[in-house]
Design a protein around this ligand. Structure first.
Ligand SMILES: [Fe+2]
Ligand SMILES: [Fe+2]
Length: 293
């Protein structure tokens, strides 16, 4: 386990508290979408509360380059933030990232230096202007038109994922029936692997972001709590199924197995499970987001 993973694990197990060099330092975990791969990318960062928003600083310890998470949020500002709560455990929140500028950025960076002098050292070590980013948590009580838009986006994302999954399934089927033997060519395996990874990352990201927005749903629509609990559990189930799928694909790519039928069976299980999940999710969340008769 690397340094990042250890901090993330300790953070999640201790309601956001991490010892050692981070003792007493307020941290959050950010999950962004990798700007090249779309793969979810989680990293611990120091935060400063500023009213309802959370400020984070792309200091990279005073290094010469912006950190990856900053490039990621410039490309896709939907960021999932995990934070310790009064309930005694870490919760995910869906947020929108806004990069601050001018006097506001300078003033808030200065405030952070007064609280944590290490940030003064980071500034001295680099010629970069260290970006300050405000994370705004999703508030479902704020704007009913935006809620309707969230509902429409949910359907669009589900349909995209359904279509991608059907393509993956068709590609596996073609490999099964079109190959000269039971084993696909190395080239075909690689194509399948790439296609499948793209789908897996897309789905993982979709679920990570949903887990964050579910916290806002639980706050604003208490009647949905039992449904949300089930949906969160299904996300964990899907996560395990994707891990199994990836292992089967890796084995196929390494030509360690001829067992494409096992891959097809696993894919069929994922497809069925996901269809049920998407349907249940749409059935419960959409009426709350668009209560018009
Ligand atoms: Fe979901
Ligand atoms: Fe979903």
């Amino acid at each position: 386990m690397g340094w990042n993973e250890r901090v993330i694990k300790e953070f999640r197990e201790n309601n956001g508290r991490v010892g050692g060099a981070f003792e007493g330092v307020p941290l959050v975990l950010l999950t962004t979408a990798g700007h090249r791969t779309g793969k979810p990318h989680t990293t611990p960062v120091v935060q400063l509360r500023d009213g309802g928003r959370h400020l984070v600083f792309a200091s990279n310890g005073g290094g010469p380059e912006h950190p990856d998470w900053y490039h990621n949020l410039l490309a896709s500002p939907q960021v999932t933030m995990e934070i310790g709560t009064d309930e005694g455990h870490v919760k995910p929140f869906a947020t929108r990232a806004v990069v601050l500028a001018g006097e506001e950025r300078d003033r808030l960076y200065e405030r952070q230096c007064d609280i944590n002098p290490a940030f003064r050292e980071y500034r001295e070590k680099t010629t970069r202007v260290i970006p300050v980013v405000a994370l705004h948590p999703l508030d479902l009580s704020a704007d009913s038109e935006r809620n309707r838009m969230i509902g429409r986006q949910l359907i669009v994302h589900h349909n995209e994922l359904r279509a991608e999954l059907a393509e993956v399934r068709a590609a596996v089927q073609a490999a099964l029936t079109g190959g000269s033997a039971t084993r696909p060519t190395a080239d075909l395996s690689r194509q399948l692997h790439r296609r499948c990874l793209t789908f897996c990352y897309g789905l993982q990201l979709h679920h990570t972001r949903e887990d964050g927005s579910f916290t806002a749903f639980e706050q604003h629509f208490p009647h949905l709590r039992p449904a949300i609990t089930r949906l969160r559990e299904e996300h964990r189930t899907v996560e395990h199924a994707l891990a199994r799928l990836e292992r089967l694909l890796d084995a196929a790519l390494a030509a360690e197995t001829d067992d494409l039928p096992a891959l097809t069976a696993e894919l069929d299980r994922v497809i069925d499970g996901l269809e049920d999940h998407f349907t249940y999710e749409e059935h419960h969340l959409l009426p709350a987001l668009d209560p018009r008769p």
